[in-house]
Design a protein. Structure first.
Length: 76
């Protein structure tokens, strides 16, 4: 079973989006849930910033894992 949700949390000068993805495989007793926040800045005299923060939680073969991923980018 797979579930995906997306929502705009803030949409004025700064743009903030939330994405949640969940996948469960009951036969194999595996699951993975990923929640990601995406932030996009307004234009600062030609410069723009992007930042992503994701938390990934999973379970496979009885072992659980939690990871945090970050990405950043500046464009001019």
């Amino acid at each position: 079973m797979k579930l995906e949700l997306e929502s705009n949390l803030y949409d004025e000068d700064w743009n903030v989006e939330l994405d949640v993805e969940a996948e469960i495989k009951q036969q194999k007793q595996e699951r993975e849930v990923r929640a990601e926040v995406k932030v996009i800045s307004p234009d600062f005299s030609g410069a723009k910033l992007w930042f992503n923060l994701a938390v990934v939680s999973g379970q496979a073969a009885g072992a659980e894992s939690k990871d945090v991923e970050t990405k950043g980018n500046v464009s001019y």
